[in-house]
Design a binder for this molecule. Structure first.
Ligand code: FAD
Length: 552
């Protein structure tokens, strides 16, 4: 594009501002490159800032420090067994390079001052598969948002999410706040630490906001770097073989930015793009917990210059419910004892405690086969509701407004519950009789719930013989609709092991890199362990720049 009039020139244009983008930007700045970060919305951080902020990094330094045995070889054996053969999105080369450079990236960030913590009891999601371990997930420690200066105000935040000193390793104890001393003391510690931070004039950022906050802090500390908010990528400019720049909308005007060395696409997936959801997932509606800016723009822009895609029909699925009009991605609620998930005919169809992507797949598959699983129903009894936190509802407290607005169905008898949910009573009764007998002898003969340490991670140790199973017998009974929600999509641009975007013929588009949910995931169709999206997003952001600068 010899005659293009450029408005601005940088070495590297980073599209998006989530954790993958920020890791790439930080790496590029440390290589002496001039970087601009482009963000479509008024907030930076993307879904990464909404998230738990956990990165799945096998053999990370905190595991070593704690004496936990792990190695890239064991992790590869595990990934190969769990992910299997899924084609070019997840080749053995990609898995190997992820496992090699993941720990290196974490060590490098640590050397710059990034502070981490580890959820040491959180197991891989297929704990009985060879090579599985516990505690491979690592996340940012509580970080003072005030250090970000004016950028603190525009850091993305999930609606209704308070800034509290919570670690994801605490999450499994919170449903037990009124059940166990550990649950109670954990809640007290979180509240105490939060108060202490606030009294000393600090802003506690944790989880995904700590991850993004610390990365942005390190970027600005090394080299004040422009972050263009409200500046969506509109087009990638190519000169045939190579990409050379982008068109961005800024202040209502098309602005042309020249990328002298590379463009790195890290703009998330397409959970909020209606047409793409219909085309690739066959869904007229979505129940995504991802940030609104995830509309697939970078994927379509790259496709229009010849990029290939893969795994477009998949997502980081998970069963989700709606409370107070808001979508809640359910991890603990469906796993605690005293509840079951049934379809509209009153039949169970899955292990309620299984990992979220697997449960999402089960709901979709069951709906394809029966047309009766969207929505499905989580049925709970009075004892369950009295014992455990549910979303933001404390144990024992089910606000009347949720019953009045129909989000929660409450009934004194099972028959009345079934009638209100339009479920055939005889079916529901038979399902519960069978399930309650499983609970009494501790074995779910239909779906194996409570069979491994992943299921039991979110359970109640006081319930015996199976901590995920309790009979559902005590009125009042409750029901809430469950949907196949998601944390984002996992299909996107096909990239090689160096994060280069590939064409359909397998050749790389020169100077175009991508990471995160803009790409087809190295995790294939599964979710091997906690942090399976952010671990690769950050690692491939790092790898992209190392490849670009010949420093791999
Ligand atoms: C509640 C919740 C908890 C989660 N917990 C975890 C966890 O602990 N571990 C884990 O691994 N995953 C977790 N996830 C999933 C994880 O957050 C996402 O998979 C991850 O953040 C995706 O990162 P990304 O960099 O691809 O995209 P994002 O972080 O979404 O960043 C993409 C950014 O690009 C911007 N953008 C989009 N289009 C354009 C455009 N045209 N021009 C410029 N910018 C654009 C978007 O607005 C967005 O800000 C969680 C998700 C949620 C919702």
């Amino acid at each position: 594009m010899k005659n293009t009039q450029w408005d601005k020139t940088y070495d590297v244009v980073v599209v998006g501002s989530g954790a993958g983008a920020l890791t790439a930007a930080l790496t590029a700045i440390h290589q002496g490159l001039r970087v601009v970060i482009l963000e479509k919305t008024a907030y930076w951080g993307g879904s990464s800032a909404y998230s738990g902020g956990g990165l799945w990094i096998p053999a990370n330094f905190l595991m070593k420090k704690a004496g936990a045995l792990d190695s890239p070889e064991e992790a590869l054996e595990y990934m190969n067994a769990v992910i299997g053969e899924v084609g070019p999105a997840s080749t053995e080369e990609k898995r190997k390079i992820f496992l090699k450079f993941g720990p290196e990236m974490v060590d490098w960030l640590t050397s710059l001052g990034f502070k981490w913590v580890r959820a040491h009891l959180y197991p891989d999601y297929y704990p009985n598969v060879k090579g599985a371990k516990t505690g491979r997930v690592i996340e940012g420690a509580v970080f003072d948002g005030k250090k970000l200066g004016p950028l603190a105000k525009s850091l993305n935040k999930a609606p209704g999410m308070p800034d509290i000193a919570l670690k994801s390793g605490d999450a499994y104890l919170l449903p037990m706040v009124t059940r166990s001393w550990k649950g109670f003391s954990t809640m007290m510690r979180i509240l105490g630490q939060t108060l202490q931070w606030k009294l000393t004039g600090k802003q506690p950022l944790t989880l995904g906001r700590s991850l993004c906050g610390q990365l942005m802090y390190l970027i600005q500390k090394k080299q004040p770097t422009e972050v263009w908010l409200n500046s969506p990528l509109k087009e990638i400019i190519s000169d045939g073989d190579s990409v050379v720049g982008v068109v961005v909308e800024r202040d209502g005007k098309a602005t042309k930015i020249k990328a002298e060395k590379a463009i790195i696409l890290a703009a998330g997936g397409f959970p909020h793009n209606k047409e793409m959801r219909k085309k690739y997932h066959g869904l007229d509606q979505e129940w995504s917990s991802a940030t609104p800016g995830n509309t697939g723009d970078a994927i379509t822009a790259a496709e229009s210059i010849g990029a290939a895609t893969d795994l477009m029909d998949d997502a980081w699925w998970g069963a989700s419910f709606i409370l107070d009009g808001k979508i809640n991605f359910s991890v603990t609620e469906r796993s605690m004892p005293g509840c079951i998930l049934v379809d509209q005919d009153g039949f169970r169809f899955a292990n309620e405690s299984t990992s979220y992507v697997d449960l999402g797949h089960r709901i979709l598959e069951h709906h394809r086969n029966t047309g009766k699983a969207i929505p499905c129903w989580l049925i709970m009894d009075g004892l369950y509701r009295k014992r455990y936190l549910f979303g933001m509802m404390p144990p024992g407290l089910t606000p009347k407004k949720f019953i009045r607005n129909g989000e929660i169905i409450k009934a004194d008898s099972l028959e009345s519950l079934a009638r209100q949910c339009n479920i055939p009573y005889d079916n529901l009764k038979a399902t519960l009789v069978r399930f309650n007998s499983f609970a009494l002898h501790g074995k779910d003969e239909d779906f194996g719930r409570g069979q491994d340490i992943y299921d039991r991670y979110y359970s109640d140790d006081f319930i015996r013989p199976n901590s995920n199973l309790a009979p559902i017998t005590t009125p009042p009974f409750y029901a809430i609709r469950f949907y196949p929600g998601d944390l984002g999509t996992k299909g996107g641009l096909l990239t090689d092991e160096f994060a280069r975007v590939l064409r359909k013929d397998g050749t790389a588009i020169k100077n175009l890199y991508a990471t995160g949910n803009t790409t087809a995931s190295v995790m294939g169709r599964t979710y091997p362990g906690p942090g399976s999206t952010l671990g690769p997003a950050c690692t491939f952001g790092y790898i992209a720049v190392k490849h670009l600068t010949n420093t791999l």
